[in-house]
Design a protein around this ligand. Sequence first.
Ligand code: ZN
Length: 237
Amino acid sequence: MSALRDVVDRSSRIVFFGGAGVSTESGIPDFRSAEGLYRRESGTRVPPEEVLGHRFFMRHPDEFYSYYKANLVHADAQPNAAHRGLASLERAGKLSAVITQNIDGLHQAAGSRRVLELHGSVHRNYCMECGKRFGLDAILAADDVPRCECGGVIRPDVVLYEEMLDERVMDEAIDELSRADTVIVGGTSLAVYPAAGLLQAFRGDNLVLINRDPTPYDRHATLVIPESIGATLGEFV
Ligand code: ZN
């Protein structure tokens, strides 16, 4: 911990890059561990990667939404010590951005202002016909497929499988990483796209990894902390 505090003390542009592990301490499971959707007609389970895909959503929005609401929307989840510690570092002028793969909005709920959501957010939704925007309440209030007053289907502003990441968000993430003096990575193995590629943009001095399991970047890191991310970043609240 004192080693991490030393790194933070001598940094002025920290970027945090986080994955699902940041929110598991808020009770949000990594959906990769979720079971697939059971389909009565085929008698088989559809894997999450397919249910949460663009094609499945367009063909079976009702089944998509029942799975999505049960597995990806956690309306009652609260920020944990990791989220709060990062918000404190931003307020202290130490941290310039949070880049997250999570869609739960918990960084903003903790007070973080500059949050780049690579995979979108369950809190933003829009009508596929007229573009009208809706909050999460519109999704939760619908018994099956949420619809706009115009009759169009409302979809979450979440990047589904088979869809491209938002180019503007990616560009901003690359820009933040390229200007950072320190990157703290937490709750992600860095094994999946786009995490590994994004880190290539980092040119700064300190790479800190907070992850219980080894990552491919461990040997490049200034500091590897195989501890709870909440306990580690909670030191900065
Ligand atoms: Zn509409």
